[in-house]
Design a binder for this molecule. Sequence first.
Ligand code: URA
Length: 277
Amino acid sequence: MSAIAEPFDAAIAESLLAFWADAGVDAMLLDEAVDRIEAGKILPPARPAAPVVPLAAAPAPRAFGGQADISGAVAQAQQLAAGAANLDALVAAIAAFEGCPLRFEGAATKAVVYRGDPKAPLLVIGEGPGADEDARGEPFVGRAGKLLDRMLAAAGLTDRVLITNTVFWRPPGNRTPTPAEQAICAPFLERIVQLVQPRMLLLAGGASAKSVLKREEGILSLRGRWFEWRSADGTLELPAMPTLHPAFLLRQPGAKKKAWSDLLTLSERLDRPERPL
Ligand code: URA
């Protein structure tokens, strides 16, 4: 049976497509693979002839990405971060930093650093700004951010959080930030933790959890567990909990109860009086 009424109605088709897109369907697959090359519908991809690059004109090693050396950018970020005595100074230092390639890959020039209470007991760390955040200059202000806010409110955590990301410029096309981009921004993120002095960290999404905790497992294995985060200089240790990213929850509403359970575990620990040493 056709899902689209006959005769073809563009408005109905559009609304159906929007419904699927909202439900997270971003590809159409048939049960059986169709070999369109075999069927003569498309030509096999042509093999490009190997380019002849004269030695003198060989491209210089790319400054970023892949296995490129990022140590200079990381060192500069460390120096700038260490020199920032408060969050305002840190925001200015990040805005002036030109060592992260994301800054030049389509993000608005404004860095997206944080929103929330500079003295918050909870620091939420997402992956990276999206289009809405890039436009507004604040993290988590789009659809995912609104869901995050609703969840924080339901857990009684509104006004007790500072929200930031592993990178401070929007990755093009909202792709996941690369480990190199996260490593370059990490000294700034660490300085945020030092300046805010939260009691714990909530890591939203796999790219955040893996980068901050330096773990390889997927988010479904990491979420809901406590980890000990330690600053690079070893002066600060904090409990950190990975959870599912709100953008994932928008696509998979059935997973909300897992994230909710993580948030309850976290807020219970946040409100538990610390035992005297
Ligand atoms: N997703 C993130 O990880 N961070 C944002 O700021 C917005 C969406």
